[in-house]
Design a protein around this ligand. Structure first.
Ligand code: DQA
Length: 150
């Protein structure tokens, strides 16, 4: 079972960007940690990050060729991108949305998630552990194995 773990704009700045909100772990360390946790769960991973909306749409479409599901943190495109929502709906792979911060307690403009409308799972405000919990959730959906995170 293989998952695309897709990150949108400014997530390459993890560790530098607003550490009080997003923590001090940088993007590469996050990838290493999530890949190791997924490996231990028997989940193969493909990571991709882009600051560009069209690249994220391309990555979602390409996932149809090799992935069983998608973990996505679209960054700010969460709240604006109908193109990402449409791409997720087009490929119709099982998908889970991750937000490192608790967007439900932040500004009003962060209260809508277009991408989330095409996701079966929502892992919000769990820090980088949210990526691992989302992967476990998709593993459960895809293979029927493992435990659904609380
Ligand atoms: C984010 C929340 C978004 O509102 C923000 O624009 C991000 C990161 C999160 O992981 O908490 O870039 O998706």
């Amino acid at each position: 079972m293989k998952l695309l773990i897709l990150n949108g704009p400014n997530l390459n700045m993890l560790g530098i960007r607003e550490p009080g909100i997003y923590g001090t772990v940088d993007y590469n360390a996050m990838v290493e940690y999530v890949a190791a946790c997924c490996d231990a769960l028997g989940i193969e991973t493909e990571f991709y990050q882009s600051n560009h909306e069209g690249d994220l749409v391309d990555a979602i479409q390409d996932a149809l060729q090799y992935a069983d599901g998608i973990v996505i943190n679209p960054g700010a495109y969460t709240h604006t991108s109908i193109a990402i929502l449409d791409a997720l709906k087009a490929v119709a792979l099982p998908a889970a949305e991750v937000h490192i911060s608790d967007v439900t307690k932040r500004e009003p403009f962060r209260q809508i998630s277009y991408a989330g409308m095409a996701c079966q799972g929502h892992f919000i405000g769990q820090g980088i552990e949210g990526y691992v919990n989302a992967a476990r959730f998709l593993q459960q959906i895809i293979t029927g194995k493992g435990t659904v995170p609380q």
